[in-house]
Design a binder for this molecule. Structure first.
Ligand SMILES: O=C(O)c1ccccc1NCC(=O)[C@H](O)[C@H](O)COP(=O)(O)O
Length: 259
């Protein structure tokens, strides 16, 4: 499945590359400075040590299909902000997740907490696009990119004023982190080959993450007990999609995760 997603991304890139080659993008100096304004140490590290929630806008997933057909992304982002989310993650991949890149500027203009662009980034043109769309952070997936590409895209994201969130799944990928200039690290609990989800992965990898990084545990977080276990291993934040978008009351679910 991951191969299919990447194939689709490559097709999309063909449409984006001419724009890039013609240099038809403008990233203002003020936008390049957005990373300084973001300051992840304050937005993801609660003074009391409380685990923060990055709440995701996720209409569908490749494994489960539609999660919430009626999801109103802007309204949901506002509910997330009102109920204490530290940031909003927006899936922009169209074919498998029913996302949309235009959601980034729409949501960004309505909330004041940071926005993460979640997609399958494989080329720097997508980073230019992410900066132009106005996202604060961008996901870079170790299992998709491999070390060299991950390093070059991490550096490029920083250069464009985007805060890279580097996702690792295995111990080998976690070892790469000591040589990467990333401040935010997400350990994925979902095996992208089998889609099996186990928060034990974050617990297993906790000792292999550089102490200076801000730790996010992503995928499969169901409730308060999961958050408690992750907090005990030094995680600063959790990234939650499905449990929020399928809840009849996402605001209440979010508050439960934060208690
Ligand atoms: O969600 C999936 O099924 C998925 C499949 C293949 C690649 C990525 C996938 N998810 C992307 C994500 O980053 C998750 O949406 C995110 O970690 C939240 O996970 P969850 O709380 O389990 O919805």
């Amino acid at each position: 499945m991951l191969e299919k997603i990447i194939e689709e991304k490559k097709r999309e890139l063909e449409k984006l590359l001419p724009w890039y080659e013609r240099g038809e993008y403008q990233i203002e100096k003020k936008d390049r400075n957005r990373r300084e304004r973001l300051n992840p140490t304050s937005f993801l590290q609660h003074p009391s040590g409380k685990v923060q929630v990055i709440a995701e806008i996720k209409k569908a997933s490749p494994a489960k299909g539609d999660l919430n057909r009626d999801l109103d992304p802007v309204k949901t982002a506002l509910v997330y902000e009102k109920n204490g989310a530290a940031a909003v993650s927006v899936l922009t991949e169209e074919v498998f997740f029913k996302g949309d890149r235009s959601l980034i500027p729409e949501i960004k203009s309505r909330i004041s907490i940071p926005v993460l662009r979640k997609d399958f980034i494989i080329h720097e043109v997508q980073l230019y696009e992410t900066a132009v769309l106005g996202a604060d952070m961008v996901l870079l997936i170790g299992a998709v990119l491999g070390y060299e590409k991950l390093l070059s895209l991490t550096e490029k994201a920083l250069d464009l004023g985007l805060e890279p969130v580097v996702e690792v799944y295995s111990r080998e990928e976690a070892r790469w982190l000591k040589d990467l200039p990333a401040r935010l690290v997400a350990v994925n609990n979902r095996d992208l080959k089998t889609f099996k989800v186990d928060i034990g992965n974050s617990i297993k990898l906790a000792d292999f993450l550089p102490p200076s990084t801000i730790r996010i545990s992503a995928s499969g977080i169901k409730g308060r007990e999961d958050v408690r276990r992750l907090a005990a291993c030094g995680y600063h934040a959790v990234l939650v999609g499905e449990r929020l978008v399928t809840s009849p009351c996402p605001g209440e679910k979010l508050r439960e995760l934060l208690t």
